[in-house]
Design a protein around this ligand. Structure first.
Ligand SMILES: [Zn+2]
Length: 125
């Protein structure tokens, strides 16, 4: 029980070691950078929040709020992802900023689709 696996090759790590005997990667945890984590996850949460609210408001016809929220969510997500890649370590909120970016793009695209559909007299839902 309590087997830890190598994130690189998936081999089981021996108890008490952080180095993988198969691929030689050292998985010793690096010291946390609290200040950067807090700033990054704040942007990540904001990114997800803007995109998600924009996505929820998509059902309202010809509303310019969803694309604006989607755009803000996408920009915040990209900024957050750039900070993460500069920090060179896995930071909490990396997944959230990715979700925020993708959801922002989806919201933006769906808004345009809905505006075009509505203009042509179709109803998406
Ligand atoms: Zn390995």
């Amino acid at each position: 029980m309590n087997d830890r696996r190598c994130p690189n090759c998936g081999a089981v790590l021996k108890a008490g070691t952080n180095e993988c005997e198969y691929c030689g990667t050292d998985w010793t945890p690096s010291p946390p950078m609290t200040e950067k984590i807090e700033r990054t996850s704040g942007k990540a949460i904001a990114s997800f929040g803007f995109s998600f609210v924009g996505f929820l408001l998509l059902s309202e016809k010809n509303n310019l709020v969803p694309p604006v929220l989607g755009l803000v969510g996408m920009i915040l997500g990209i900024i957050s992802l750039k900070i993460n890649s500069k920090a060179k370590s896995k930071i909490a909120g990396e997944g959230l900023s990715l979700v925020g970016t993708i959801l922002g793009i989806v919201t933006l695209l769906l808004s345009f689709v809905m505006i075009i559909m509505n203009y042509r007299g179709y109803r998406l839902w």
